[in-house]
Design a binder for this molecule. Structure first.
Ligand SMILES: NC(=O)c1ccc[n+]([C@@H]2O[C@H](COP(=O)([O-])OP(=O)(O)OC[C@H]3O[C@@H](n4cnc5c(N)ncnc54)[C@H](O)[C@@H]3O)[C@@H](O)[C@H]2O)c1
Length: 340
């Protein structure tokens, strides 16, 4: 019979449901424990999922003989917790971003390798039908090369969203605002499609409407890639609703428009193709803008842990986007405007 991975979740906050539900429902895993420094949060999850609750992740790892932990924590402690688990021989699936700086993420990849464990990083939007379809079409050569790309994210996060948390909206714990938390997924999708190292980044960042925070609520920029592609992005948390994101790729043989649900390709010869999300899956407490593909990525990660197939989205793969995110902040902080 297939071995079931013993799984623990570290961090029982907002995103944890997207990890808890797959961990209990997938055939490869057995959720056995959860941990949160706020005991009531761990206890609530423990009761609901019938698992053991901890406030100390080190104790959970020591006592539960885990094969896998999911890291669903504030950004600044991601790599510290991942490395502790790696050194105990535990595979880790970390929420994005890898960390709030580049060097610690590089080090985490190194430590995972030295310890011989699997390190996955969540970028669930890559598993949307729309993104998979666009990537496959680009790989086939049917669109030719990408010439330029753009992405737009116009969402809303009021001061209340930040005030509910002791780490969001801070440089030292979140590492930034709309770039590292919200539009990181659109930047990851574009970076994955372009599939080249970047050579230069121009960014402007500002905080326009959020007295409660110090980080950017708005950012725009241009990324020049070694393969010649130019990528322009705009992101703000000052819109009135969470509008669907928009990504456009202008290619040699046609144009692509896609978001988390739908993708449309119009070729220069007049041919048209499209792809759409096909699922009725719902998650209690889930937000629409998270999408529903955590379960797909988590299943792929578990299969890699069991040696059934190679890991898709490793720490090394995620580093490509993380490097770009860190460079965007390096440039953006040089001319940061606090307008509140
Ligand atoms: N992939 C996505 O689309 C997506 C969406 C939302 C959040 N996230 C990511 O998930 C992570 C968590 O975000 P969130 O919104 O759930 O945050 P949150 O603040 O709601 O939850 C974090 C939890 O971690 C707990 N915690 C803090 N330090 C701890 C420690 N040392 N040990 C144990 N528990 C500790 C907190 O008490 C809190 O309950 C972040 O990395 C965030 O970027 C990803």
């Amino acid at each position: 019979m297939q071995k079931q991975l013993r799984v623990g979740i570290i961090g029982c906050g907002r995103i944890s449901v997207m990890h808890l539900d797959p961990a209990v429902s997938l055939e490869y895993s057995n959720l056995v424990a959860c941990c949160d420094i706020v005991y009531e949060r761990a206890e609530k999850v423990a009761k609901e999922y019938n698992v053991n609750a901890y406030v100390d992740y080190k104790e959970m790892i020591e006592k539960e003989n885990l094969d896998v932990v999911h890291v669903c924590l504030p950004h600044h402690i991601h790599t510290e917790v991942c490395e502790y688990a790696f050194k105990k021989g535990v595979n880790v699936l970390s929420e994005k971003p890898m960390s709030i700086d580049y060097d610690s993420a590089v080090n985490a990849v190194k430590v995972a390798k030295e310890c011989g464990v699997i390190y996955g990083v969540i970028f669930q939007c890559r598993y949307n039908n729309s993104a998979q379809f666009v990537k496959k079409t680009l790989k086939s050569g049917k669109l030719g090369k990408i010439i330029s790309a753009r992405s737009v994210l116009t969402w809303i996060r009021n001061d209340d969203y930040y005030l509910e948390s002791d780490w969001k909206g801070t440089w030292d714990k979140e590492g930034g605002g709309v770039i590292i938390n919200q539009t990181i997924h659109t930047i990851d999708l574009v970076n994955w499609m372009i599939d080249s190292p970047f050579k230069k980044v121009y960014t402007k960042m500002s905080n326009r409407l959020h007295p409660a925070i110090k980080v950017e609520d708005t950012a725009e920029g241009l990324v020049l890639y070694e393969n010649g592609v130019r990528y322009s992005f705009f992101a703000t948390n000052n819109y009135g609703i969470d509008e669907p994101i928009e990504i456009k790729l202008h290619c040699e043989k046609g144009d692509v428009t896609f978001n988390y649900n739908d993708a449309y390709i119009v070729y220069k010869n007049g041919e048209k193709e499209e792809a759409h999300q096909q699922t009725n899956a719902t998650y209690k407490w889930a937000m629409d803008y998270w999408g529903i593909q955590h379960i797909t990525q988590i299943e792929q990660f578990y299969k890699a842990c069991l040696g059934i197939e190679p890991l898709d989205l490793s720490g090394e793969e995620a580093l490509k986007t993380h490097k770009l995110i860190c460079e965007i902040y390096k440039q953006g902080k040089l001319n940061f405007h606090n307008e509140v």
